[in-house]
Structure formats: C-alpha cells, structure tokens
Write a protein that binds this ligand. Structure first.
Ligand SMILES: [Zn+2]
Length: 176
C-alpha cells in the first residue's frame, strides 16, 4: 500500500472510538474488527473485554464488546435479555432483542455468564459464575445473591446412571 493510503487509514480507528457502537448496515452483519481498530481498542478500556472474550473462545465482534461492556464493567449483576436490550438502546448500542438473546446465550455457553431460569417466562443472566444461590422476589421480579456457604443441601436423590452433578442451585422464592 502507498504511504499516502496508509496515513489515511491510520486516522480511522481514532474517529471510530468517538463513534457510538452501531449495528452494521443491512446485509453486512457483525464483522470482526480490522486489526488497527482492534489494536486501538486493546490499548483503550476495551482491552480487558477483548481478552475476556478471546479467553472464552469468542471472537471480539463490535456487538459482543458493546454488550460485554454493559454487562461486565459495573460489578456483578443479573439482567434479563429485555433489560439489557433497553440498556443497550439507552447507551446508543443499536442491537435487536434477538441479537441480545443470542449474545447472552453465547456468553452463557462459553462460561462467561450463567442463566438462572426463575419461571417458564423469565430467565436472568448472571455475571457471577461462582457457586451461589438466589432469592427471587416474586412480586418485584428482583433476583439477589445468596452466598454459596449460606445454604447446605443435605440430601440428593440417586443420580441417574452415566450422569454427574455439575452443581446444585437453590432459588428461594419470596412473596415480596
Ligand atoms: Zn447471582
């Protein structure tokens, strides 16, 4: 590439950093970033998120990074897909609810998050992947953590042949 062309190219990532994340135009999908944009992001606050996604075997696409920033940079939290979608739109991350669902399931499948199914109509996605349990407030819909040490399960049924227990999760449902 000519030196001139290269110079122009080098300014693109800087402009990009000041532009809110937006979904690519119709038909282009969520492309992986070019190397220079990626280099800039690694040096900027996205660096840890890029590493976090890569360590879990996920390509750090723009949409994944934008959603990961909302999810992982404010301490542990429980969100529904709808809540995260609303939050994304408020932060000018233009993604569809379907994309939010897919991304949350990718994060769950790769071990970055855990899905907590509180009833047939509602799942929460938990950024805290350590062993712990939950209070579910049935009226308000809130979900809060119970430390793993605070609940002891004394008895389990016989485990079916060929299966093993991955973990035991308790949801304490509250009329509140
Ligand atoms: Zn939790």
């Amino acid at each position: 590439m000519a030196a001139n062309g290269l110079e122009q190219y080098e300014y693109r990532p800087l402009a990009y950093l000041h532009t809110p994340f937006v979904e690519s135009k119709v038909g282009q999908g969520d492309n992986e970033m070019d190397e220079q944009t990626m280099d800039m992001m690694i040096k900027r606050p996205y660096g840890l998120l890029v590493e976090k996604l890569r360590a879990s075997g996920l390509r750090p696409t723009r949409q994944r990074l934008a959603l990961a920033k909302l999810l992982f940079e404010n301490g542990n939290r429980h969100v529904t897909a709808e809540q995260l979608h609303t939050e994304a739109l408020q932060n000018k991350v233009r993604v569809s609810l379907a994309t939010v669902y897919n991304t949350l399931h990718q994060f769950t499948d790769s071990g970055l998050m855990r899905e907590i199914v509180v009833d047939a109509a509602r799942s929460y996605f938990d950024t805290n992947t350590s062993d712990h349990h939950h209070f579910f407030f049935e009226k308000s819909g809130a979900l809060t953590d119970i430390h793993g040490d605070e609940i002891t399960v004394d008895k389990l049924p016989r485990i079916p042949n060929g299966a093993k227990v991955t973990r035991v999760e308790v949801i304490v449902r509250l009329d509140a």
